[in-house]
Design a protein around this ligand. Structure first.
Ligand SMILES: Cc1cc2nc3c(=O)[nH]c(=O)nc-3n(C[C@H](O)[C@H](O)[C@H](O)COP(=O)(O)OP(=O)(O)OC[C@H]3O[C@@H](n4cnc5c(N)ncnc54)[C@H](O)[C@@H]3O)c2cc1C
Length: 454
């Protein structure tokens, strides 16, 4: 019997799909990495299914790509070596929400936005908020260490993971971490699993830390003539002691391309805007608003929009969250770079994107989490321009390194950024990572095509 038939017999036909149309659905993710059609798609319904499937794949040496919703922007969920894809769409239960200990326990296929709503209903709050939160899964967030606008104040997924249960490539169940606020017994294996991009184990269950929900929230949109004044405002706000829960940025190239569509209310002459959100208790807000207005005015503020109600808040957020879908609707392919520079160097990076445009003939548009210095430089292109894209990416990453930054902030290494991982890391650190991969996955079957370039 071949491995696919054995898999079907072990798990049941409805959990192992071989029909082409279905496999095609899992050949791509949200990045522009080339599609590869897997040989089978596995939909486990329990930990037993995960374990049995892994044991079998290990025996036959078949590569496996674990998958949440496929919203990866680095090619992380493309099964580049074929083999099997394991999708967690049927393991999507919120198992426990504990308001006393402020914890939640979820299966890895839970959609991030569903957890947000479930805990908010009970007066709690799960801060990590990738813009894809209505479609991505918590398993995918842990595997990528996803961030989002609230990372400036609240950190990224890794700051909320207490305990992880995963299955080794051989199909053994391993739980790491503790559901307590503190824990120092042994090496920090939960942190190792966070951001491991499916290369070390297949995550089935996660215990997460929650926070009490902040009672109030204010959202502001600050319009500026250009990115330099907008970015200077970011540094000056932080220097004045402000700590917004979100501090987002959109550049003039995005506004030229889709400004009318996402933010028709912006004043004439707007070349960049900041989306700022504060949360917390009432009395501190007025002071924060005053300081923000003062700092922004000194930097050439054109206009400030304030939202206290949910409808206006959504309208302001749409101006930021709507940028990527609007760029995509223009019919371009998009390479999503996800670089990070020290906050004060954002203007240097944004200015440099014009140099890249001139030298490569590509069109670049940037937005992102300015508070973290995490700028998503998007390269818009058409089929046949791949060489120009590669040159543009190389120029951007070289510049980022010169500015003291890193090639990947929150979208993972995947396939698309692996050539930079080796160049960015200390050579001995890179060897250590490879040794860790070898220990966890001796046959190299868990996402063997991503992260490592050799
Ligand atoms: C419009 C849009 C906006 C986005 N905004 C943000 C943002 O603001 N911040 C941010 O950080 N990211 C963002 N992303 C990127 C993406 O949504 C995140 O990386 C997200 O965490 C991926 O989740 P997923 O469920 O789609 O995982 P997938 O794309 O399916 O998988 C991602 C990686 O995780 C691995 N994986 C998935 N599930 C498991 C599991 N159970 N066990 C082991 N490995 C697993 C996969 O093998 C793959 O390597 C955005 C993407 C889009 C399309």
């Amino acid at each position: 019997m071949n491995w696919k038939n054995e898999l079907k017999r072990t798990l049941g036909e409805d959990k192992v799909r071989e029909d082409y149309e279905h496999r095609l659905l899992f050949s791509k993710d949200s990045s522009d990495a080339s599609a590869v059609v897997p040989e089978v798609v596995i939909h486990p319904e329990s930990e037993e299914d995960v374990s049995e499937a892994l044991r079998l794949l290990y025996r036959y040496g078949i590569p496996l790509t674990p998958r949440g919703s496929g919203t990866s922007l680095s090619g992380g969920s493309v099964p580049a070596l074929g083999g099997a894809v394991m999708v967690f769409d049927r393991m999507n239960r919120i198992k426990e929400i504990d308001p006393d200990d402020l914890t939640a326990v979820v299966e890895s296929g839970v959609i991030t936005g569903d957890l947000h709503r479930a805990v908010e209903k009970e007066g709690m709050f799960y801060p990590p908020d990738p813009a894809s939160l209505e479609s991505c899964t918590l398993g995918g967030n842990v595997a990528e260490n996803a961030g989002g606008p609230r990372a400036l104040k609240y950190g990224t997924t890794k700051h909320y993971v207490l305990e992880i249960t995963f299955y080794s490539s051989q199909g053994d169940r391993i739980t790491v971490g503790k559901r307590t606020k503190k824990w120092v017994v042994g090496y920090d294996l939960p942190s190792l699993m966070v951001g491991s991009e499916g290369t070390l184990g297949v995550i089935t269950e996660i215990a997460l830390r929650l926070l009490p929900r902040p009672p109030k929230r204010y959202t502001l949109l600050l319009a500026f003539g250009d990115e330099v004044t907008a970015s200077r405002t970011v540094s000056n706000m932080i220097r004045r002691g402000l700590l917004p829960s979100a501090l987002e940025f959109v550049d003039h190239k995005c506004l030229e391309a889709v400004g009318e569509k996402v933010a028709p209310f912006l004043p004439k002459g707007t070349g960049s805007f900041l989306l700022v959100e504060y949360d917390g208790f009432g009395p501190e807000f007025e002071r924060q608003l005053e300081i923000t207005y003062d700092v922004a005015s000194k930097n050439g503020l054109l206009d400030m929009f304030v939202a206290e109600d949910e409808v206006t808040r959504r309208k302001l957020w749409e101006a930021r969250r709507g940028v990527l879908p609007a760029l995509e609707s223009l019919g371009f392919l998009i390479r999503h770079e996800d670089v990070v520079v020290p906050r004060s160097r954002i203007p240097d990076l944004v200015e440099y994107t014009s140099v890249v445009e001139k030298e490569t003939g590509m069109r670049l548009a940037s937005f992102g989490h300015a508070g973290d210095g995490n700028i998503h430089v998007n390269i818009l292109y058409k089929k046949g321009q791949e060489e120009g894209v590669a040159r543009a990416v190389e120029m951007v990453v070289q510049k980022v390194w010169e500015l003291g930054g890193t090639s990947a902030g929150e979208h993972g290494v995947g396939i698309l950024k692996k050539k930079f991982m080796k160049r960015e890391l200390d050579p001995l650190a890179y060897e250590l990572l490879k040794a860790i991969k070898g220990t966890f996955d001796p046959k190299g079957i868990l996402n063997p095509h991503i992260m490592f370039d050799d």
